[in-house]
Design a protein around this ligand. Structure first.
Ligand code: PMP
Length: 351
């Protein structure tokens, strides 16, 4: 073995969904929004000469637009390069106990990658058979808790009373609620941050705001949590947010009418598509996200995944325990979902 290899931090990385380069595909594999960002974002004239100087290390314009939107103070908001960056920073900042952190066995598959990278001990808690979270699993001693609400890829929303239950049993550790998909679901845990100083709520511009390519995520919580996050961020990289992210992020926040319209459109398509799936012999947990998680009563998910890909329709398949017969299908435009239904109809008739 080469000597230097002894000092390398070898990790098994997170594998994001494919971003195929070919034209004419239907891309339903990474939970992107099928609609463009707000016209205010698309049409904003920017002074690119400004790229000459460093961006505002505090990204104050963006922080204060987000804070204003949610009725918070600026010192209750932290911004980062997508919620992946915000979550990674939160793991680094808050999860430094010798006790294991807890998260569900079926969940966002980046959590265990960050835990391993940062050498954080962790334990997973099995979801119930219907994929719901058993909140009592989170009542024992631990070094912190993280879960998405709604959960991914199961698409199930957990009511706030249950989150309150988890928080009431965990006053001494930080509880991170990853709300990447909350705009397609129910009430946000944001309403609890005044009651629980250990609650951090994380959001993204990648899904409901149609800006996955720009990379903006944020965390909201008690000002002491946010201050701790900022100290770690400024010990790592001062200029995480660039001029484009700051300017375009603010424009997105300004256009609430468009934002709500696009959410309603995706939800409508989701309701129609879910009924079609049922008709075709699929079953699924009721979706509170911009994707559905479905299994067919006869044909294996892997086979459908591969057959769809041959027709240039990209879905997501996870070869993981308990979910290896499920497809995660992002909600696209009505037209895209009709094409997928036609594909399923034809394939299931002939196979
Ligand atoms: N959390 C969950 C549950 C997700 O599914 C995703 C999307 N992969 C993210 C966080 C990260 O999204 P982004 O970094 O684009 O904000």
């Amino acid at each position: 073995m080469l000597e230097w290899k002894k000092n390398v931090r070898f990790v098994e990385p997170y594998v994001p969904g494919e971003q195929p380069k070919e034209e004419g595909i239907i891309k339903l594999n990474t939970n992107e929004n099928p609609y463009p960002p707000s016209p205010k974002v698309v049409n904003l004239k920017m002074d690119l000469e400004k790229l000459r100087i460093y961006s505002d290390p505090e990204a104050l314009e963006l922080v204060s637009a987000i804070a204003g939107y949610h009725g918070l103070n600026n010192d209750q908001v932290f911004v980062g390069i997508g919620s992946d960056d915000v979550l990674a920073m939160s793991f680094m900042t808050f999860l430094n106990s010798d006790k294991p952190i807890l998260f569900p066995d079926i969940t966002y598959s980046f959590y265990d990658v960050w835990a391993k990278l940062l050498r954080i001990p962790y334990e997973t808690k099995a979801l119930k058979d219907d994929f719901s979270i058993n909140i009592e699993d989170y009542y024992g001693e631990n070094g912190g808790i993280v879960f998405p609400n709604p959960n991914a890829p199961t698409c199930l929303y957990m009511p706030l009373d249950n989150i309150r239950g988890i928080l009431d049993h965990n006053r001494d550790v930080v509880v991170i609620v990853d709300e990447a998909y909350i705009d397609y679901a129910g009430e946000s845990a944001l309403s609890l941050i005044d009651d629980y100083d250990n609650l951090l709520v994380v959001r993204t511009f990648s899904k409901s705001r149609s800006m996955a390519g720009l990379r903006i995520g944020y965390a909201m919580g008690n000002s002491e949590l946010i201050s701790a996050l900022n100290s770690v961020k400024f010990s790592f990289n001062s200029y995480t947010m660039n001029y484009l992210q700051i300017k375009l992020g603010v424009e997105s926040i300004k256009d609430d009418v468009y934002f709500k319209d696009m959410i309603a459109k995706v939800k409508n398509t989701r309701e129609w598509f879910s009924k079609e799936l049922k008709r075709l012999g699929f079953s699924y947990p009721e979706s509170s996200t911009n994707f559905v998680f479905a299994t067919h009563n006869r044909v294996p998910a892997k086979e459908l995944f591969e057959a769809a890909k041959k027709e240039k329709i990209y879905l997501r398949y996870f070869a993981n325990l308990r979910i290896d017969n499920y497809l995660r299908i992002t909600i696209g435009t009505d037209e895209e979902m009709k094409r997928l239904v036609e594909f399923f109809e034809k394939y299931l008739t002939n196979n």
